[in-house]
Design a protein around this ligand. Structure first.
Ligand SMILES: Cc1ncc(COP(=O)(O)O)c(C=O)c1O
Length: 348
């Protein structure tokens, strides 16, 4: 029986769901939502705060400030409350209401940016605001998840070894890309310890993280309106881009089997299923990472009016399926690959 005295001391991240009966492919989903922050961001938050304390950057008078689409903000709120720091989260109007309320309940201040920068989007507007704050008062300490090496180191030290321990014969790993902390930590670990593991990044259509045209994205977590500073594409074998409508359908399909996951999990699973549809999966071991759970998305992804307003009346029709664009492979053949063409013929 674990007994804890600090909320960040508990994290059940060795739980995997076998999705074969739901998606028709061998795919294990690593669940990262079972901690008091409710998401994978607890790991990055812990690592970055501990490093800042070690380096003497964080003191009793400090005010932590961070730009977050929500989950890192919740994790930092929890850690700040527990350790006695003040925390100001700068988010934007796509942040779920429940996530904002959660941060406030934990004692944080939340600033919501309502207007995007015409060139750099919401993210650019959030970062401009954080920079102005830091310039205005020395007490602000910006951990900067977009550039902080602690963000990827957290996953190099925990997420990747947790997967390798459970699946020593892993063939392919699917990871969603936001700041790319999870992606880069896992990719660097496997390149060093098991270089045959194929690393597939999953991004949203409309994100420019790996290039391409910017477009509307309403689901927080994955995707970036700039190139992620932490990203080194030489560690990534393939990139799959998923339409938000497919994300939604996958979330609902998992929910109808009793698994209520967040939006980015729908994206990652949708991309993984597309890849598995296009490759020979005989004897393959595939893992995908689920960054959070679905309760924070009840008023968006799991709410009919929100869905229909944004994606149309047909979004949940079982026959509907938009394409998934795939790029790569980047220099390495897919395991058992029989079809390397892009385009999604599959259905989740
Ligand atoms: C729900 C969710 N999924 C995925 C991600 C992306 O993770 P990373 O920033 O490590 O790329 C985030 C990041 O905030 C997230 O909140």
């Amino acid at each position: 029986m674990p007994v804890i005295s600090a909320p960040y001391a508990f994290n059940e991240s060795r739980l995997f769901v076998d999705l074969r009966s739901i998606v028709g492919h061998p795919l294990y989903l690593k669940c990262e939502g079972f901690n008091f922050a409710g998401s994978i961001k607890l790991k990055a938050a812990n690592e970055m705060v501990t490093a800042a304390e070690r380096q003497g950057i964080l003191t009793r008078d400090s005010i932590l400030v961070e730009s977050s689409s929500g989950n890192l903000g919740v994790a930092l709120s929890m850690i700040a409350a527990s350790k006695g720091y003040r925390f100001l989260c700068v988010t934007d109007s796509r942040c779920n209401l429940s996530t904002r309320l959660l941060m406030e309940a934990l004692g944080s201040e939340v600033h919501v940016i309502a207007e995007m920068n015409v060139d750099t989007g919401f993210l650019g507007a959030r970062l401009d605001y954080v920079r102005e704050l830091c310039a205005s008062d020395d007490r602000y300490v910006w951990l900067s998840q977009y550039t902080n090496p602690g963000n990827w180191l957290a996953h190099y030290r925990t997420t990747a070894p947790e997967i390798a321990d459970e699946f020593p014969r892993l063939d392919v790993l699917f990871i969603g890309a936001g700041t790319t902390g999870t992606l880069m930590g896992c990719a660097r670990y496997f390149r060093e310890h098991s270089p045959s593991v194929r690393i597939v990044a999953v991004d949203s259509v409309g994100s420019v993280a790996f290039g391409g045209e910017p477009g509307r994205r309403m689901i927080p977590g994955l995707g970036m309106s700039m190139r992620p500073p932490l990203l080194d594409e030489s560690f990534v074998d393939e990139v799959i881009k998923v339409e938000e409508a497919d994300t939604i359908r996958t979330c609902h399909r998992l929910a109808r089997s009793g698994f209520l996951f967040g939006g980015s999990t729908g994206t990652v699973v949708s991309g993984a299923v597309d890849w598995l549809n296009r490759n020979d999966t005989r004897g393959i071991t595939a893992v995908a990472v689920a960054p959070d759970l679905g309760e924070r998305y009840l008023d968006t992804i799991y709410q009919t009016n929100w869905l229909q307003d944004l994606y149309g009346d047909q979004v949940l029709d079982s026959g509907a399926r938009t394409t998934v664009a795939s790029s790569g492979p980047r220099g390495r053949a897919a395991p058992h690959g029989r079809d390397r063409r892009g385009g999604g013929a599959g259905r989740v």
